[in-house]
Design a binder for this molecule. Structure first.
Ligand SMILES: *Cc1c(COP(=O)(O)O)cnc(C)c1O
Length: 427
């Protein structure tokens, strides 16, 4: 008798299941992942293994600042890898020196150290603060409630959110938390052991909350008065995302007392390498030599390959005036989202953020989300996936848009249309 086989499932589904199986058996399940498997990207679009396009308004969490498969990044990788990928930091290489100079030129007088990620960049700043306070017995760093500074042991200690610390106690000592944008609370929290205050210019994971100009100017004065270092984590909000190289430059535009504002230390990563891993921190000149020979290091930090990519990205951002794009198109996006908040207040509460770092704050008790135990942010992000749009949840109520800096107006329009359709369906 002839055997009858069931119709095989689509090849696509096999591909998806195959990857899912590989992860299930072999990858440590430390991430809550969405049910999407991507195979390639082009510009502002990612393609899943079935070939379906997704408008990428998350850019790998503010990383792929030139979108996907940008030819300038490919060229830089190819050209530099033909010459030199790595030598140890026992030696000098030109790309590292040039990248440091480009960063210093954009921030202010000081020097840079190169690492491979945001958490590592912050670790370096913590060490600067420890070294700074060491001879006076000061070591403590004040950080903000709802901040995020990375997943290393010091990073989770610095992060002002309990969920990242759970199960990893004892937490590394030396960090205390102050409410964000509350200058009086910062002053009150300073102890004889305090050496530094670290904040994000715009809190990212905490839900897209920009520092107020008064807070920045006030913290600067407070740190000067109390002889503390003012450290800023620019890992997510930096690299032109807000329309200026660093968010504090944008926030303090035209603000009396904000002219010449500089932190004492600044960490960078994410968009710095456009997807190639690189992190960096800058230290203002009076303190730039605190970490002397032998005090800090990283095998991979500042390889010629990573630095060549970062240099090329800076060139493209300038040549194509992408800071202006983030500012103008970001404002258009924010206005459109504001309109949604006015038209559909039972779904969108308000929009927050600057430039291409925007948070859609969802209303409580959205009718269309009733009966699910998933957070509103997760449910909204899932609906966006079904419409072919990628975004990033933050907390329970916020959906972040962190598009590539070269997002096109027509792509922004497509995003808003699809977002509006979902909002409408939830009323
Ligand atoms: C992502 C992030 C980090 C950590 O960067 P990693 O590269 O993941 O280590 C630190 N600070 C902020 C503000 C971030 O958004």
């Amino acid at each position: 008798m002839k055997e009858i086989f069931p119709i095989p499932p689509a090849i696509v589904q096999n591909e998806f299941e195959k990857v899912r199986e590989l992860f299930k058996s072999n990858v440590i399940p430390s991430y809550g992942r969405f049910e999407l498997v991507f195979s390639h990207g082009q510009g502002s679009y990612l393609f899943d293994v079935g070939g379906r396009p997704y408008l990428d308004l998350g850019s790998g969490i503010a990383v792929c600042c030139l979108g996907h498969a940008h030819p300038a990044i490919t060229e830089a990788l190819v050209e530099q890898s033909r010459k030199l990928i790595h030598v140890s930091n026992l030696y000098f290489t030109e790309p590292q020196g040039r990248l440091a100079a480009e960063l210093v030129r954009r921030i202010g007088p000081g020097k840079c150290f190169f690492a491979n990620s945001g958490a590592e960049a912050n670790e370096g700043l913590f060490k600067v603060a420890r070294k700074f306070g060491h001879d006076e017995g000061r070591f403590e760093i004040l950080t903000a409630v709802n901040s995020f500074h990375g997943r290393t042991l010091a990073g989770i200690a610095a992060t002002g959110q309990d969920k990242v610390k759970k199960g990893f106690e004892p937490i590394m000592p030396g960090f205390r938390y102050i409410p964000f944008n509350d200058l009086a609370a910062a002053r009150a929290a300073i102890s004889p052991a305090t050496a530094a205050i670290m904040i994000e210019g715009v809190q990212g994971e905490g839900g897209v909350t920009p520092a107020t100009p008064e807070y920045l100017v006030g913290l600067r004065a407070l740190c000067d008065e109390k002889k503390l270092l003012l450290l800023m984590d620019g890992v997510q909000c930096g690299h032109y995302r807000t329309g200026r190289f660093q968010s504090f430059q944008r926030i303090l535009e035209g603000v009396p007392g904000g002219e010449g504002f500089l932190p004492d230390g600044l960490s960078m990563a994410k968009s710095l390498g456009g997807g190639f891993p690189i992190g960096a921190f800058w230290v203002r000149s009076p303190y730039a030599d605190l970490l002397g020979p032998g005090t800090h290091g990283s095998t991979y930090g500042g390889t010629p390959l990573a630095c060549a990519v970062a240099l090329r990205i800076l060139e493209v951002i300038e040549a194509e005036q992408l800071a202006g794009n983030a500012r103008q198109l970001g404002e258009w996006l924010a206005n459109e989202l504001d309109r949604l908040a006015r038209q559909y207040p039972t779904v969108v509460k308000r929009v927050r953020g600057l430039g291409f770092m925007l948070g859609i704050e969802l209303a409580e008790n959205i009718p269309g989300f009733a009966g699910s135990d998933k957070t509103a942010a997760l449910q909204f992000v899932n609906r966006l996936h079904l419409s072919g749009v990628l975004s990033v949840p933050a907390g329970t109520q916020i959906v972040r848009l962190l598009p590539p800096l070269n997002l096109k107006p027509q792509e922004a329009g497509e995003g808003i249309t699809l977002i509006e359709e979902i909002v409408k369906s939830l009323v």
